[in-house]
Design a protein around this ligand. Structure first.
Ligand code: FE
Ligand code: CA
Length: 507
């Protein structure tokens, strides 16, 4: 068993951070840590970035840099299976994406980068294996830097999962908020406390320079670095990596940016995302349109995981977005959440999957939720895409083994049973949805959801008051989920506990 020495929680980041030897008078280069991701049967992507001045463009001189990377089967880094020199340059912000193939399935590996006299921290990762008896999956989303510390990631690193799924809002694009606590009206005459504990580094981000510095700010957090160093990540962005509630080619504020300006902004956001994530390919830019490949499938023991991209190819939110009753526009059967190619890929994979559990990791809620008795629903979630949801639910109800949605976006932990017809518990059972709370983003609409719990009897657990994440352990006949909650997100050393546990076989 892998020793947890490197990743042990501490209130002092210095205890976790690697000993870095570096050239005399120079600054350290591995300031953003290491990461692995996109795990396959025989390999993964290993990531780091040279950034001696991380919040100011990175600080590397223009041109090519050479970095040595080593992969071993042991934590002591003795039994070497790869030892290579990789090249990077300012074109990619001196980030490294080293693709490893040809390894054995279901094994643990360790890796380390070297630049000059410096060595990075040692990372731990795994190859996947459909035959593994168990898969331990951590689910994360929504990590607003200003509204909380990352105690959830400290706790996640201690768990040492087989993989981490991140369903988006890895960064937030907004400007700088004022520090301090504030009581805010949450409706019904009730007020709750919200806190800004640390600050963003610039106004709202729109350029490649801005997006790089914002990613670097978030990635400077030692507990986020620890969670990256402990397990391979499977990642896709949601809205805030680009712009709040963007959809395909449409930004949140079409009146504030031209279509061309938004395309350039989208490309900058995609490129900076690639430069900071352990994913295989950079975005392409073709006919003034950026595309980034994020959806994909992963064989985690009893769970076949499909990570969706519900942002890049969707129809615009209907009826003017927001929470409201469905208008005619929402009912248009042509409307899509995934785009035709991704939808066909998912349908085909689900229909042919031999796995006992079929996980669909989606950015936004699949479970219908009504905010009043006459359904007012969230147009940005699957509720705003009823025809697309109906198509997927029909596929799932038609013999797909144990579908489980793992979801983020709404800053609210939730467990539900999904029925084929929304709000009709006499229709066929489709599967379950488990939503992790946000890592640190606050939930000003928590009260709105609590007061209509009775109108949503398919929801068996709901908690928007606390930050946290989900631990899901899959075996061939059960998915056991622990909802981890952070006692005080204003403290990096906060206690993190299990709020509740659910088993899909009992739901
Ligand atoms: Fe969010
Ligand atoms: Ca979101």
């Amino acid at each position: 068993m892998f020793s947890r020495r490197l990743f042990l929680a501490s209130t002092s980041a210095a205890l976790w951070l690697p000993k870095m030897a570096y050239a005399q008078g120079g600054k350290p280069h591995f300031t953003l840590g290491v990461a692995s991701g996109t795990p396959k049967l025989d390999g993964f992507i290993l990531w780091t970035r040279l950034a001696p001045d991380p919040l100011n463009g990175g600080g590397m001189p223009a041109g090519i840099a050479e970095i040595r990377v080593r992969v071993c089967t042991d934590e002591a880094m003795r039994n070497t299976v790869r030892d290579e020199i990789v090249r990077t340059s300012d074109e990619d912000a001196h980030s490294v994406h080293y693709k490893v193939t040809g390894l054995k399935p279901g094994r643990e590996y360790f890796y380390q980068f070297y630049y000059g006299d410096e060595e990075s921290v040692i990372g731990r990762t795994r190859t996947t294996d459909p035959n593994a008896p168990e898969a331990r999956v951590a689910l994360a989303s929504c990590q607003h830097y200003e509204t909380g510390y990352y105690a959830a990631y400290r706790d996640m690193a201690e768990w040492v999962p087989d993989c981490v799924i991140h369903t988006g809002d890895y960064i937030y694009e907004g400007g700088i908020s004022a520090l301090g606590a504030q009581m805010r009206d949450v409706g019904g005459g009730e007020r709750r406390l919200f806190e800004i504990v640390r600050q963003h580094n610039s106004n709202e981000i729109t350029t490649l320079w801005d997006y790089r510095n914002r990613h670097a700010l978030y990635r400077s957090d030692p507990h986020l670095q620890a969670a990256h160093a402990v397990a391979p990540w499977i990642v896709a962005m949601d809205d805030h990596e680009v712009d709040n509630n963007w959809a395909s080619d449409t930004p949140q504020d079409p009146e504030k940016q031209t279509p061309l300006e938004f395309q350039i902004r989208r490309y900058a956001a995609f490129k900076a995302y690639y430069e900071h994530m352990p994913i295989e390919a950079p975005p392409t830019f073709h006919k003034m349109r950026a595309t980034l490949q994020l959806y994909g499938k992963y064989h985690m023991g009893p769970a076949l995981i499909h990570l969706l991209d519900t942002r890049q190819f969707r129809s615009d939110q209907p009826c003017g977005d927001g929470r409201k009753p469905l208008c005619d526009e929402a009912l248009d059967p042509e409307r899509t959440m995934m785009g035709a190619a991704q939808e066909a890929w998912l349908t085909n994979s689900l229909k042919t999957s031999p796995a006992p559990f079929n996980v669909i990791a989606t950015q936004v809620w699949y479970t219908p939720y009504r905010y009043t008795e006459a359904p007012v629903t969230n147009m940005d979630s699957w509720d705003g895409y009823p025809a697309a949801r109906k198509r997927l639910s029909e596929t799932l109800a038609d013999g797909v083994s144990n579908p489980v949605f793992l979801t983020g976006d709404w800053h609210t932990a939730m467990a539900s049973t999904v029925y084929e017809t929304p709000f009709d518990q006499t229709s066929r059972r489709v599967g379950h949805e488990l939503v992790g709370s946000s890592i640190s983003s606050s939930c000003p609409w928590a009260r709105d959801m609590e007061i209509v719990r009775d109108a949503n009897p398919h929801v068996s657990y709901l908690n928007g008051k606390k930050r946290g994440y989900l631990r899901a352990t899959f075996t061939k006949d059960n998915c056991q989920a622990e909802f981890r909650i952070v006692e005080d997100s204003g403290r990096p050393d906060s206690l993190v506990t299990t709020d509740t546990e659910v088993r899909t076989k009992d739901m």
